[in-house]
Design a protein around this ligand. Structure first.
Ligand code: GLN
Length: 486
């Protein structure tokens, strides 16, 4: 029998609905675990215990009245770049250290309507720029499987919390891999939805043409439940898609008959750790046993430009998006100054960390007159080629299988002196955001006690297929059931 904090969302829901447990009991158990983790793993920037208990009490009333929705009374953690009304939303930056949003992101409004319980806000790389949470201005989160290693990033706090049972599920955001890479590093399930599937209203913007909010959960069923709750058109986000939201749990069947899965050879590159490649081979054999046919002939040659394209487009958009932090409108403001310009300079000098400044400078350079055509415009053109290449691949295959990351979680400090090494840990995930397509990461094995993630990519709005593949694989393995020895 699982302890309360060890339950998945769907397990807890059944017990809540049958009134075998209350949300208060569940929330207290999870909060106790989360507080414990705060000492060892540091997943959260803010824990909202009072709010959580208040929401749990309301949820119990709602359940007693017979109105138990799939997330009613379920304790969740939220990445700290998603605006929460009345709750500090820092983006793990000095710039927003004391910023309390006056409104909720659309995903939060939806969770509140469902009656979910909010445990707190999770640590991340500053403004979501990074792959390890080491760029947080406050502290680094550890990987619960080995606390000397990184949990991945930028949604590292969300991943660590869910992996170690400090939350039943969490929201993250993914601009180049920030949901999938930490999910893979921490042995949980994470989905980057199709661009436009989930509203970005109230998500603090990093690179607006790439950013998506998505679920991070203990298994694929929970992922389907959480995605359904947050997806859908929103008149406040003009890039959100006016498409109906399917019941994603209906697509969870355990065979893969009739599905054709491609293995793009560029993703099994030299830089990849050979044990990771071996784990992928084993996973692909499993998928075959489940009835899928495997296409080994898929090639995505423009993948090799994805890193360069991303590191022009994302910083360019970031340099524009982060111009708003001027010390006047909100956030940190340097006061003791001689002039307006001086105030602006000092605000940005002290408010932003080194990686954020590096991105702003890269982006400003790429967008400046004389360089715009050579960098930004060129990158946009290659973006189109990458997108077309995926479209072509999806004419042959229903989905593509790759590792989520080329390596297992690395040591804290190992890559902090070399930004390019850090950027390379996202080679497998970046192309997905460039093309706007969805991708799921599921647990797929261990190398010397450290988790390996499998990435499943699909065409636009193919979330049902991705979840079906992930579910069938998960049911045929038990990786997702393993918990870190904390
Ligand atoms: N690691 C990538 C970056 O640093 C992606 C981050 C993200 O997805 N937010 O930009």
């Amino acid at each position: 029998m699982n302890k309360l904090h060890q339950l998945t969302i769907h397990e807890a829901h059944l017990q809540l609905e049958k009134r075998q447990i209350t949300s208060i009991e569940l929330t207290e158990a999870v909060l106790a675990r989360l507080n414990d983790l705060q000492d060892k793993v540091h997943p959260c920037v803010t824990i909202t215990a009072d709010l959580a208990l208040r929401q749990a009490r309301q949820a119990d009333k709602r359940i007693a009245a017979g109105r138990c929705r799939p997330l009613t009374g379920i304790p969740l953690a939220i990445k700290d770049n998603i605006c929460t009304k009345g709750i500090r939303t820092t983006c793990s930056s000095r710039m927003l250290e004391n910023f309390v949003p006056p409104y909720d992101a659309t995903v939060m409004t939806k969770l509140h309507r469902e009656g979910a319980v909010i445990l707190g806000k999770t640590n991340m790389d500053e403004f979501a720029m990074g792959s390890s949470t080491e760029n947080s201005a406050f502290f680094t989160t550890s990987n619960p499987w080995d606390t000397t290693r990184v949990p991945g990033g930028s949604s590292g706090g969300s991943a660590a919390a869910v992996a170690a049972d400090g939350a039943l599920g969490a929201l993250g955001s993914d601009t180049g891999g920030s949901i999938r890479q930490p999910a893979g590093f921490c042995n949980i399930t994470g989905l980057k939805p199709t661009y436009g599937r989930v509203s970005r209203y109230g998500l603090v913007a990093f690179a607006s043409s790439l950013d998506q909010i998505g679920p991070m959960t203990k298994d694929v069923t929970d992922c389907a439940i959480l995605l359904k709750a947050i997806a859908g058109h929103d008149r406040r986000d003009s890039t959100s898609a006016p498409r109906p939201v399917p019941d994603y749990t209906r697509s969870l069947v355990t065979d893969l008959k009739g599905l054709r899965l491609g293995v793009p050879r560029e993703y099994f590159v030299d830089g990849a750790q050979k044990e990771v490649t071996a784990a992928m081979q084993a996973a692909i054999t499993r998928l075959q046993e489940l009835g899928a046919s495997i296409d080994w002939e898929v090639s995505l040659p423009h993948t090799r430009y994805a890193l360069a394209v991303y590191y022009i487009l994302a910083p360019s958009e970031a340099s524009a998006n982060l111009a708003r932090y001027d010390g006047v409108k909100y956030g940190f403001s340097y006061k003791d100054t001689r002039s307006v310009w001086d105030a602006l300079e000092k605000t940005r000098q002290y408010g932003f960390g080194p990686e954020v400044k590096r991105r702003i400078m890269l982006g400003t350079y790429a967008l400046s007159a004389g360089y715009y055509d050579a960098y930004y415009l060129k990158a946009q053109k290659v973006r189109t080629l990458i997108r077309q290449e995926f479209e072509k691949a999806f004419q042959r295959c229903d989905a593509l299988i790759t590792p989520t990351s080329p390596t297992v979680p690395f040591k804290i400090g190992e890559k902090t002196d070399d930004p390019v090494q850090m950027y390379l840990s996202d080679v497998c995930t970046l192309p997905v955001n460039i093309a706007g397509i969805p991708a799921l990461s599921v647990p797929a094995g261990f190398v010397a006690g450290l988790p390996v993630g499998m990435q499943i990519m699909g065409p636009l709005f193919s979330e049902e297929t991705l979840l079906r593949i992930g579910f069938a694989y998960e049911q045929a393995t038990d990786w997702h059931k393993r918990r870190p020895p904390l």
